[in-house]
Design a protein around this ligand. Structure first.
Ligand code: SF4
Length: 66
C-alpha cells in the first residue's frame, strides 16, 4: 500500500492537502499536515491529485518495496 509523505522543510503549511484529502490528512495546531495512515486504493487517485496540487512540491507518494 502506498504512503503519502510530507517534506516538512518544503511544506509551507497552508493546508491545501487537508482540504483535498481530509480522509488522510489532519492539520496540527500550526496548520502543518499530519498524515494519518497509508493510502487505501480507493483514495489513490485523490492522493495523487493532492501531490500534484501542492504548491510547495512537498508531497509525494511512496510505494512499498516489492
Ligand atoms: S499542500 Fe503542500 S505545502 Fe500545503 S500544507 Fe500540504 S504539504 Fe504543505
Amino acid at each position: 500500500m502506498s504512503h503519502l509523505r510530507v517534506d516538512a522543510i518544503a511544506c509551507d503549511g497552508h493546508g491545501l492537502c487537508a482540504d483535498l484529502l481530509p480522509e488522510l490528512v489532519d492539520l496540527d495546531e500550526w496548520g502543518y499536515p499530519i498524515v494519518t495512515g497509508p493510502v487505501p486504493r480507493r483514495l489513490r487517485r485523490a492522493a495523487a491529485a493532492a501531490v500534484a496540487a501542492c504548491p510547495a512540491l512537498a508531497l509525494r507518494l511512496t510505494e512499498p518495496p516489492r
